[in-house]
Design a protein around this ligand. Structure first.
Ligand code: COS
Length: 401
C-alpha cells in the first residue's frame, strides 16, 4: 500500500487563511506558502515505513526544511528555535503526509536538548548534520515501566574513569534502529527522583547498544526498544548538567508539544477537506450529501473543533516565542502547550472519525486517505505526554495560580 502517494485529489493546497491571524508574521506566511507548494509535489512510496522515513529526511534536508529544527549558528534557518515556524511546518507536512511530519519532528525532538543545553562541541558535531538530514536523531525517554511517570525511569548511568556506562532499556523510541544518535535520559542518582536524571548522547554504534527490536504499530512508523548493556559513552556525551536531565526533557517537550498539536491539526484539516469534497460530489436520494442538513451540521461541528484546536495551538506557539528570550518553559507557556496538545489531538480524532463516517464503506477501505488518517491520529493522543498527562499539567498549574 502506498499512503498519500497521490496528490490531494481535489488539487487543493493546505488552507492558509489562518496565517492572517496576528500570531504570525510575513516570514511565517512565506514559509507556509513555500512549504505547501513543495509538499504537494512530493511523491514518496510509504509502503516500507523505514525506507520512506529515510527518504523523507533526505528530501526535507535537501529542500532546507530541516533547518528549522536547529538554530542559525549551527546551520539552522532562524536565530533560535521558533515555535510558530515549527507549528506551520508540522501542520502543513501532516496535511500532506503524516510520515513526512514524523520524519521532520523527530529531527527536532531528538536534537532539541543539544540545542538547549549542548556544549559548543556537541552542537557543532550534531546540529548541522541534523539540519542537512545527514544524521537522523532520536529522543529516548520512555521505558517499559516509565512512560507518563518520567521520574520512575530505571536506566542507570554510572561514571567510569573515561566516561559513563549506561545500563537498562528504553522503549517506544521513534527512529529506533535507524537513528544515527539517541538523546538518552538516565538515572545518575537513583534515590533523587526527578532530580537524579541526566541526559547523554549515545551514537548508534556505541558498544553495548542494541536497537534491533523493532515494534510494529497500527500506523507504521519506525519504532524500537533499545537495550543498553554496559554501554560505554565518553565523558563529553553528557548534555547539560549532571542531574539536570528531567528539566531538560520537560523543556524539550515544552517546545514540541505545541507542534504535536499542529500535526493533529494538519490531519484534521486534511480529513475536513476530504469530507467537504466528498459531500459536494456524492449523490444520494436525488441530491448530494452536502444538501442534507445532517451533513451541514457535521461539517459545522468539525469547523468549530478545528478552529478551537488551531487557536490554542497558535497561542501556545506564540507564547513560547514571546517568552524564549527569558528561557524556555515558563509555567504559563507549559500550560498553554498542554492545553493545545490535549485539545488539538482529541478534536482531530473526533473530526477524522466524523469525516470517515461520511465516506461510509469507503472510509474503512484500506488505502483510502481517510482510513489512513484514522490510524495515524490515534497515537498523537498518547505520545509526548498522553492526554491524561496534559490534564495533570493543567490541573497542577491551576492549583499553583
Ligand atoms: N520546565 C522546566 N521545569 C519543569 C517543567 C518544565 N516544563 N516541568 C516540571 N519541571 C520541574 C519542576 O519545576 C520540578 O522542579 P523542582 O524539583 O526544582 O521543584 C521538577 O521539574 C519535577 O516536576 P514535577 O514534580 O511536576 O514532576 P512529576 O514527576 O510530577 O512529573 C509530569 C510531571 C507528569 C508532567 C511529567 O513527568 C511528564 O511530562 N510526563 C510525560 C512525559 C512524556 O511526555 N513522555 C513521552 C515521552 S516522548 S514520546
Amino acid at each position: 500500500m502506498v499512503a498519500f502517494e497521490h496528490p490531494h485529489p481535489h488539487g487543493a493546497l493546505a488552507p492558509t487563511a489562518h496565517l492572517e491571524l496576528p500570531f504570525f508574521d510575513d516570514a511565517h506566511r512565506a514559509l507556509a506558502n513555500g512549504l505547501g507548494a513543495w509538499a504537494r509535489e512530493q511523491r514518496v512510496d510509504e509502503s516500507d515505513d523505514r525506507a520512506a522515513c529515510k527518504e523523507w529526511v533526505q528530501r526535507l534536508g535537501a529542500a532546507g526544511w530541516l533547518r528549522y529544527c536547529v538554530p542559525e549558528a549551527h546551520g539552522g534557518a532562524l536565530p533560535a528555535l521558533d515555535s510558530r515556524a515549527l507549528v506551520i511546518l508540522r501542520e502543513t507536512l501532516a496535511y500532506h503526509s503524516p510520515l513526512a511530519d514524523f520524519a521532520f519532528a523527530m529531527q527536532g525532538l531528538g536534537s532539541g536538548a543539544i540545542t538547549l543545553a549542548g556544549t559548543p562541541a556537541q552542537q557543532a558535531r550534531y546540529l548541522p548534520a541534523v539540519a542537512s538530514g545527514e544524521k537522523i536523531a532520536a529522543f529516548a525517554l520512555s521505558e517499559p515501566d516509565a512512560g507518563s511517570d518520567v521520574a520512575a525511569m530505571a536506566l542507570r548511568a554510572t561514571q567510569t574513569p573515561t566516561g559513563w556506562q549506561l545500563h537498562g532499556q528504553k522503549t517506544w523510541i521513534s527512529n529506533g534502529g535507524m537513528a544515527d544518535f539517541y538523546l538518552v535520559f538516565a538515572k545518575t542518582d537513583p534515590d533523587a527522583g526527578a532530580r537524579g536524571i541526566s541526559a547523554f548522547i549515545a551514537d548508534a554504534d556505541a558498544p553495548g547498544l542494541d536497537a534491533s527490536e523493532h515494534i510494529q504499530v497500527m500506523a507504521p512508523h519506525p519504532l524500537a526498544t533499545l537495550t543498553f548493556t554496559d554501554c560505554h559513552v565518553s565523558s563529553d556525551a553528557l548534555v547539560g548538567s549532571v542531574n539536570g536531565g528531567f528539566k531538560l526533557a520537560m523543556q524539550t517537550l515544552d517546545i514540541f508539544r505545541a507542534s504535536v498539536a499542529a500535526a493533529a491539526l494538519g490531519m484534521a484539516r486534511r480529513a475536513f477537506s476530504e469530507a467537504v469534497a466528498h459531500a459536494k460530489t456524492r449523490k444520494m436520494f436525488g441530491q448530494t450529501l452536502a444538501d442534507f442538513q445532517l451533513t451541514q451540521a457535521k461539517l459545522g461541528e468539525m469547523c468549530a473543533l478545528i478552529d478551537a484546536a488551531a487557536l490554542l495551538t497558535y497561542r501556545a506557539a506564540w507564547m513560547r516565542d514571546s517568552s524564549s528570550t527569558s528561557g524556555a518553559g515558563t509555567p504559563a507557556y507549559t500550560a498553554a502547550a498542554a492545553s493545545a496538545k490535549l485539545t488539538a489531538t482529541e478534536n482531530a480524532q473526533k473530526v477524522i472519525d466524523m469525516a470517515l463516517q461520511m465516506f461510509g464503506g469507503r472510509g474503512v477501505q484500506v488505502g483510502q486517505t481517510i482510513e489512513h488518517l484514522y490510524r495515524d491520529i490515534r497515537s498523537l493522543r498518547i505520545y509526548e505526554g498522553a492526554s491524561e498527562v496534559q490534564l495533570l499539567i493543567l490541573g497542577k498549574h491551576a492549583l499553583k495560580a
